[in-house]
Design a protein around this ligand. Structure first.
Ligand SMILES: [Zn+2]
Length: 88
């Protein structure tokens, strides 16, 4: 799975932000997922917003890619740390 399907699943992956694009003027913004319902599909986050630049509601949303890579870096750092101390 590349992208979490809902706000709830995104949260379980540690995501707290989503990216929203305007299809009309290509304005791009990151929005917080705090306060959004767990069962809200990620693509539907865009339905709750309006472009702050041109006022369009023709928006698109997905999980934050920047945050995705931040989380991978954090996890790989943690995994290396845990691995060196791992005893079983
Ligand atoms: Zn726009």
């Amino acid at each position: 799975m590349l992208q979490p399907a809902t706000v709830g699943s995104a949260r379980t992956f540690g995501h707290r932000r989503a990216e929203v694009w305007c299809n009309d003027c290509h304005h791009h913004a990151e929005v917080s997922m705090d306060g959004l319902p767990d069962d809200l599909p990620i693509p539907d986050i865009s339905l709750r917003y309006r472009c702050s630049k041109c006022g369009s509601k023709n928006l698109m949303s997905r999980g934050s890619i920047d945050e995705h890579y931040e989380l991978i870096e954090q996890r790989s750092g943690k995994a290396i740390g845990n691995g060196s101390k791992h005893r079983s």
